[in-house]
Design a binder for this molecule. Sequence first.
Ligand SMILES: NC(=O)c1ccc[n+]([C@@H]2O[C@H](COP(=O)([O-])OP(=O)(O)OC[C@H]3O[C@@H](n4cnc5c(N)ncnc54)[C@H](O)[C@@H]3O)[C@@H](O)[C@H]2O)c1
Length: 257
Amino acid sequence: MLKNKVAIITGGAQGIGNAIVMKFAEAGAKIAIIDIKDSSKTVEEAKSFGVEVISFIADVSDEDTMKDTFNKIVEKWDRIEILVNNAGIYPLERFTEISITLLKKTFDTNVIGTFICSQIAANIFLTKSIEGTILNMASAAGFSPDKYHSHYAASKAAIISLTKGMAMELINDKIRVNAIAPGAITTEGARNPGLFEKSGKIPEKFMEMQIRKFSPLTDAGMGEPIDIANMALYLVSEKAKYITGTIVTIDGGRLLL
Ligand SMILES: NC(=O)c1ccc[n+]([C@@H]2O[C@H](COP(=O)([O-])OP(=O)(O)OC[C@H]3O[C@@H](n4cnc5c(N)ncnc54)[C@H](O)[C@@H]3O)[C@@H](O)[C@H]2O)c1
């Protein structure tokens, strides 16, 4: 489905990003992973599908580094066709105790990072007349916030709006922009969302409060990274050629509960 297409996937070292890398590798894409963590394990696993995979350790919110990184990828493969803005953080904190530092870090990674990478990719698509596609990672929390995630939910709501704005502006150049809004998905990040900054603790009954995120559709109540990766593959492929500006919620019905 993606034979020889060049895809950049951010946050591909683990979790949902790792599953998207594997799915795209299976579909024949050439892949560049950008992550602040070392992605070499993911790279080796993806290469077993017989495709080229490279990785960069870099922060998506650092504009100069991103320009340099995207340039290196274009120098290597002469183009890019797909960008998946998956890198994100979701630290827990009570609204009354969220520091401006934490708020800025959340927005820098989730929103500014998505903006920077998308702007660089869109300019490459336009310069090279590529009918490329961008896929952003929003969250069900962007529609309905979870407790202790007001900063995160606001950042994901921004991604939902940014997705539609980019899709509208780029539609005449046949550049498609969509987003997936996952509910609770079993990943390293979801299992260890970080403790509250101030108290260093997760409050009692936290898990009970999170129950509304869980879905009766699976035994564990959560989805798996592959549930997101399957949709990611569809949305960036030719099969979705008439889809842009859409936010696909994959939450096991959580927003209905
Ligand atoms: N897991 C869930 O339940 C869930 C639900 C809704 C949305 N999401 C979103 O899906 C995406 C992936 O989530 P996940 O659960 O796989 O998370 P994860 O923490 O397991 O993986 C995220 C990856 O992003 C990387 N990353 C973080 N900050 C970065 C930065 N500044 N620059 C480059 N890389 C960076 C991390 O190193 C990590 O490899 C995130 O955007 C998250 O908000 C996840």
